[in-house]
Design a protein around this ligand. Sequence first.
Ligand code: PGA
Length: 254
Amino acid sequence: MKKRKIVIGNWKMNPDTLKEAEALNEGIKKKLSSVKKAIAIICPPAIFFSKLKSKTSSKKFFYGLQNVGKDISGAYTGENSVLMAKNLGAAYVIVGHSERRAMGETDDEVSKKVNLLLKEKIHPVLCVGEPKVDEQAGHLSYVKTQLVKGLEGVSAADITRVIIAYEPLAAIGAKQPVTSYEIHQRNIFIKKVLADLYGKAKAFDVTILYGGSVNAANARELVSGGEVDGLLVGRSSLDAAEFIGILKAMDALS
Ligand code: PGA
């Protein structure tokens, strides 16, 4: 059975005002009825989350967060906990984004977050991706390490609740995505690593997304050529029409 395609909008540290965030949120919601099958997940800044999250019980529209603290509670200035995310109704949380890794997030912290999220029935969106491709295939061991360490402690029963987002650093915030051929190659590699950890059947059940310079014009080709289950979108999720355009491109593939 074909999985429904997923598009996650990572708003990062945007927009500047609640008014703009509400306008973007409303703009997306208004056009959502034109999306038939694809699932949309919006991850706004945590500070705006509860103002934006509506109590709709739609099966194709969810809200998530961009990060959570690595411990369940404690003295962590500036952090938001998994329990807070759960209580506010976050269904998904991004972990291990390269921008947070660049700020010091380690694989060990990533796995703690993944496990805490699973315990609280929130889907972790585990981001992996190489800083560069090299001839010795160092990029593959890089991604493998991120997967193996980031998933430490995750059981076979839980692995299908984790979403993997492949985001090569060269494509994030860049002019162009990588090619769908490269996405396909990495998709196969990620499935192989997951199969070694959890068996082939489970590996093929895990949702794998691509992220990096996605827009409404390139979304379809990246997903069909890369044979991935959807997309993690940064800049293009800040424009309602563009974001809906990506979701509609996914409808055509679902
Ligand atoms: P981008 O960001 O779509 O703006 O390249 C992607 C991401 O960082 O998730």
